[in-house]
Write a protein that binds this ligand. Structure first.
Ligand code: COA
Ligand code: AMP
Length: 633
């Protein structure tokens, strides 16, 4: 197959319409497209304009019709409840059609929004696919977000119905969801007409009469709903992701391009055949969960695993190997942080030997930079290719990857390999000049982006244009900095904005600063991402108190830690802050966050030429040492 990657890649860029038009033949359409790519209104490109399809039909019904009805579609493996459930394509189709009927009875129709705030249970997938079946637009909110974050999303996308559950389970801790949901609706200006609540045995949620229904009650007496054809360009979902402020960006995914691209990736990137078992150990609340727990495996006719557990602690560092052995997983996809957790608890990989993991053909990592030590450990212990691939909520699938289903290219540690077909990745200097190989700059993708990438932001076309398409006209600005080497391998070095990556989760330090600044004793603040052995980065806060505040510093710190947990959620993992007399700034008043980050990580730094008062850096270092940071290796 030597050279086949180059050939396919070149085709994908030189003849986009031919390439994706061919890939689209694998999808069932109610109506064929007028044009594969409508490029009449850049930067708003539209794939498969004029076509109609239904994504749920393509994920479920068509596989039943093709004889896969008895194949397992979804395995729910839940060490936290000690249950394993297997749902066939036929059962899943029936459950989705029934729940679509329930939503329709509550008034949900094509184009309406439905928020899904659920733990890792199959009903989360049922709810997502039921929306798709109706042509309604789902917006899944990760369970680790607090009520205020949920309220922000409620007000932005104005759901007619919210689907939730009585609780999630974090290892052994039952996390009630309903009080958070009630608080969010209380806070939001927009009120959903109904909430459908899945009552789980560990926690009985109190329902608000007239508004809330139990799942079973919502389904009582309903007629299964048929698939509603939608335009290929209609939104399938909105997924909020961190922006530079507390107002998240509503990334929109369409139906047609998404189905074509995701189905294509299963064979070409992950080398999966229909009928095999694919496991993405993520959460349905993240883009990885949308694309690779739900849509891609089901579009492709694979079996997908919904895992309600952790890499360690449920019950031990052998958790992943048990799942692989038990369900004969062919491909595992997770974040490097999960492997760091396993390696920390089981450095010699002793648990691996207890299981037969011979079904595993490849491990794919994404969500954050793969540190070479973790990658090498995984390669040595698993003895399968370990493939780092790079992507973003906005792109929906890998921008750069080693496409195992086309041709395995040599692995270079530290690089997610080359731009995947469809992605014209380039590096530009701040002034827009093309960077030379090895020269670090802004990583951009030449427009149009391939199908599956976000066509816009929900109700925020101008923000879409400004945030992504304006700095380098004709290109999508990824907000990642890095370089390409002589062989075209991509290297991702850092974000160019204030986004940090905590345990593979994308968080905005700007959003956290807004929370800290809302504390009555805080005059000024800054949040940076400090290096963390397990999570990659953790947020770290600096607080300057208002004059006259005589509360002990530890008390203010404890209060702001709680405030971030209450307003953003436990997922922010905001546990460390320090009170300082003043923040280091440039003469024009810009806070020197980058320098503070270097100090926190114990790295060498150059004194910024524009610094107003160099003495402050010593004060910062002293404060950081007091809380266990700024230690030199
Ligand atoms: N509902 C409620 N709370 C949640 C939650 C959910 N769905 N998910 C996480 N939380 C809580 C955790 O319990 C934790 O709370 P704590 O502060 O009381 O301990 C907090 O949010 C932080 O969670 P996390 O950063 O995930 O840390 P962790 O210690 O629970 O687990 C890892 C660390 C590395 C094991 C875990 O993050 C992991 O498995 N990550 C890899 C897979 C992944 O999800 N990648 C994302 C995209 S690919
Ligand atoms: P998210 O939108 O949550 O998927 O986060 C996307 C960001 O995570 C990217 O912009 C990168 O900064 C980072 N990221 C994702 N995958 C990788 C990877 N393989 N290598 C380095 N960084 C990555």
């Amino acid at each position: 197959m030597s050279g086949s990657f180059d050939t396919l890649y070149r085709q994908s860029i030189a003849d986009r319409e031919g390439f994706w038009g061919k890939a689209a033949e694998a999808i069932d359409w109610h109506r064929k497209w007028d044009r594969v790519l409508d490029d009449s209104n850049p930067p708003f490109y539209r794939w498969f304009a004029g076509a109609e399809l239904n994504t749920a039909h393509n994920c479920l019904d068509r596989h039943v019709a093709a004889g896969r009805g008895d194949q397992v579609a979804v395995i729910h493996d839940s060490p936290v409840t000690q249950t394993i459930a297997r749902i066939t394509y036929r059962e899943m189709t029936d459950r989705v059609a029934r729940f679509a009927g329930a939503l329709a009875k509550l008034g949900v129709t094509k184009g309406d929004r439905v928020i899904i705030y659920m733990p890792m249970v199959p009903e989360a997938l049922v709810a997502m696919l039921a929306c798709a079946r109706l042509g309604a637009i789902h917006s899944v909110v990760f369970g680790g977000f607090a009520a205020k974050e949920l309220a922000t999303r409620v007000d932005d996308c104005k759901p007619k119905v919210i689907v939730s559950a009585s609780c999630g389970i974090e290892v052994s801790r039952v996390v009630p969801y309903k009080p958070l949901l009630d608080a969010a609706i209380e806070m939001a200006a927009h009120k959903p007409a109904h909430c459908v609540i899945l009552q789980r045995p560990m926690e009985q949620a109190r329902l608000i009469s007239g508004r809330d229904l139990e799942w079973s009650e919502a389904e009582a007496g309903v007629v299964p709903h048929p698939c509603v054809p939608v335009a290929a360009t209609d939104p399938l979902y909105i997924l909020y992701t961190s922006g530079t402020t507390g107002q998240p960006k509503g990334v929109v995914r369409d139906n047609g391009g998404h189905a074509v691209a995701l189905n294509w990736t299963m064979r070409h990137i992950y080398d999966m055949q229909p009928g095999e078992v694919y496991w993405s150990a993520s959460d349905v609340g993240w883009v990885v969960g949308h694309s690779y727990i739900v849509y891609a495996p089901l579009l492709h006719g694979s079996t997908t695993i919904v895992y309600e557990g952790k890499p360690v602690g449920t019950p031990d560092a052998g958790a992943f190997w048990r799942v692989i052995a038990e369900h004969k997983v062919r491909v595992l996809f997770t974040a490097p942080t999960a492997f760091r957790a396993i390696k920390r608890d089981d450095p010699n990989g002793e648990h691996i030997g207890k299981y037969d993991i011979s079904s595993l053909r490849a491990l794919f990592l994404a969500g954050e930079r793969s540190d070479p030590a973790t990658l090498e450990w995984a390669e040595a212990k698993l003895k399968v290719p370990v493939i780092d691939h790079w992507w973003q909520t906005e792109t929906g699938w890998a921008i750069a990857a080693n496409c195992l289903g086309i041709e395995k290219l040599p692995v270079k540690h530290g690089s997610p390999t080359r731009a995947a077909p469809g992605w014209d990745v380039q590096v530009l200097g701040d002034d827009g000049h093309p960077a030379k190989p090895g020269e670090i700059g802004n990583i951009v993708c030449k427009l149009p982006l391939p199908p599956g990438a976000f066509p816009t932001l929900w109700n925020a076309e101008e923000r879409y244009r400004k945030s992504y398409m304006t700095t380098f006209p004709g290109y999508y600005q990824t907000a990642d900095a890095g370089f390409l080497d002589e062989d075209g391998y991509v290297y991702i070095m850092a974000r160019t904005d204030d986004i940090i990556n905590v345990a593979g989760h994308r968080l905005s330090t700007g959003g956290m600063e807004e929370v800290l600044a809302s504390h009555p004793d805080v005059a000024e603040c800054a949040v940076i991402g400090a290096h963390d052995e397990l999570k990659g980065q953790v947020p770290l806060g600096f607080l300057v108190l208002k004059a006259g505040v005589d509360k002990p510093a530890e008390k203010v710190v404890a209060e702001v830690v709680q405030l971030v947990r209450d307003k953003i959620g436990p997922v922010a993992a905001f546990k460390s802050a320090t009170v300082v007399a003043r923040l280091p700034k440039t003469r024009s008043g810009k806070i020197l966050r980058g320098t503070m980050q270097k100090i926190a990580d114990g790295k060498e730094y150059n004194m910024p030429a524009t610094i107003d008062d160099p003495a402050i850096l010593g004060e910062i270092e002293g404060a950081l040492r007091g809380i266990g940071f700024a230690r030199k290796e």
